[in-house]
Design a protein around this ligand. Structure first.
Ligand SMILES: [Zn+2]
Length: 466
């Protein structure tokens, strides 16, 4: 912790070098998709300078990590989450409902959230993600009761050291106007746009290796107006920031769109300017062939959330069809109240398994699942500086200990084994050139008191909703 602080204050920090060597296997996800036995990485400050067999790298560095016995991959990228929901995992009233019923049961609980709850739940969710191999995450926060702000989650990201795409969500159409959320949790549209602009101006970093970006993200077409969708797109494009929302999550979502707007969700998105390389939509389980073609042509991204889709019985997203059509697809754990275990490798495994349930045994390989979880996510977030290990990329990488019982018997193909066997924890995580997890221990935040406080707040929240 102290070393890290000193490092951050050191103006020479960018010159600090880090050598990771002797990995049993190193997966690059670079253009050639190299998998290097005995591989290593040499980084200067926050960027990678060289990747290759250890013998071909500089022999030493300011910090040397021996990765013998480990599989090293690019840091995984999570493209969809609602971290505050860690406070409402496995809530009895929402254990067995589909999307709209699930939401209706939880909105009244979430109406009691406080800024402290947002910060601590985000910190907890990020710790879970970091420890499971994720180095970059998006979070979609769309409910701001009792003075809560997106700044509360941004503070958590800065504390823990995660690369973060903070999405300024919003809801403006309450029940009295035919929307799904209770009127008490919706905001005025002018206030939403003004706050979004403030956040972009305060925090958004458009530069390469940015640790923090702001995203414009109305919650869903069934919780905001057409005007807000349109004006959000205008604001986002004025500043060159990404746009994100939920789309075509299940059949009821599609029925709502047809009934309310006379269009499919994809047609509605196109109509509002919500397609393009700067846009990604969560779920798209029920995206039809027209929508898949449209997203492919326009480079509109999709955050695939298999566990959540199974939990809420939403269906099986046609990921193979999307990828064949050129749609950028990333992986998302989705909110902790609809995927109560938010671990990235487990999510990749579930993506592979669910694709096979829906579309046959060749619908997704382990390597494709890993590609979606790394490169795919980077593409969806609009980044070409993360998701692969190559010179010029950000120094974001993770290592998994291959000597655990769960890998036994699979070491002839450790890359496939990562997804088939799905370890829940990393041994090492480096983000932006900084060691955040070492020997399986999170270095940036002392977890025990955070989780204790989180559980106290969760109990308080449950009590308030009674
Ligand atoms: Zn979601």
């Amino acid at each position: 912790m102290e070393r890290t602080l000193a490092q951050r204050q050191d103006p020479q920090r960018n010159a600090r070098t880090l050598l990771l060597k002797n990995a049993d296997m190193l997966v690059t996800m670079d253009g050639a998709r190299r998998e290097i036995r005995g591989g290593g990485i040499y980084a200067e400050g926050n960027r990678i300078v060289a990747v290759g067999p250890t013998a071909e790298l500089p022999a030493t560095a300011d910090e040397v990590i021996d990765a013998g016995g480990h599989l090293v991959t690019p840091g995984l990228v999570n493209t969809h989450h609602h971290m505050y929901q860690s406070l409402t995992r496995a809530v009895p009233a929402a254990q067995d409902a589909e999307l709209f019923g699930w939401l209706t049961n939880l909105y009244r609980v979430w109406a009691n959230l406080t800024p402290e709850m947002i910060e601590i739940s985000t910190l907890t969710a990020m710790a879970e993600l970091l420890l499971s191999g994720c180095t970059t995450s998006s979070d979609h926060l769309y409910i701001y009761p009792n003075g809560s702000r997106l700044d509360d989650s941004i503070r958590a990201a800065q504390r823990i050291g995660m690369r973060f795409h903070a999405s300024r969500g919003s809801m403006s159409v309450g029940q009295k106007d035919g929307g799904l959320p209770p009127d008490s949790v919706v905001e005025r549209e002018d206030a939403i746009l003004a706050d979004t602009q403030r956040l972009i101006e305060t925090y958004h970093d458009e530069g390469r290796y940015a640790m923090l970006r702001v995203v414009v993200a109305p919650c869903s077409p069934f919780s905001v107006s057409r005007d807000l969708m349109r004006e959000s797109a205008v604001l986002a494009r004025q500043y060159g920031v990404s746009m994100h929302t939920h789309l075509a999550e299940n059949v009821n979502d599609v029925a709502y769109s047809r009934e309310k707007f006379g269009m499919t969700p994809a047609q509605y998105a196109e109509h509002l300017g919500w397609v393009g390389r700067d846009v990604w939509h969560a779920h798209c389980v029920q995206l039809d062939d027209h929508g898949i073609g449209l997203f492919g042509r326009t480079g509109t991204g999709v955050a695939h959330c298999p566990c959540s889709n199974m939990r809420l019985a939403s269906g099986i997203a046609p990921v193979k069809k999307m990828r064949l059509a050129g749609v950028p697809v990333g992986l998302g754990v989705d909110g902790s109240a609809s995927n109560d275990g938010a671990q990235m490798v487990a999510e990749a495994r579930q993506a592979m398994l669910l694709a096979r349930v829906g579309f046959g045994p060749d619908a997704m390989t382990a390597r494709e699942a890993l590609e979606i979880a790394t490169l795919g996510g980077a593409q969806v977030l609009g980044r070409d500086d993360i998701g692969a290990l190559a010179p010029g990329m950000a120094a974001d990488f993770v290592a998994f200990d291959l000597r655990q019982p769960l890998f036994a018997g699979a070491l002839h193909d450790p890359v496939a084994a990562l997804v088939f066997c799905a370890p829940s924890q990393v041994a090492l995580s480096v983000i932006d050139g900084r060691i955040v997890v070492k020997d399986g221990v999170l270095l940036t935040v002392e977890l025990e008191p955070v989780i204790e406080r989180h559980n106290r707040l969760a109990a308080q929240l449950a009590q308030m909703a009674r």
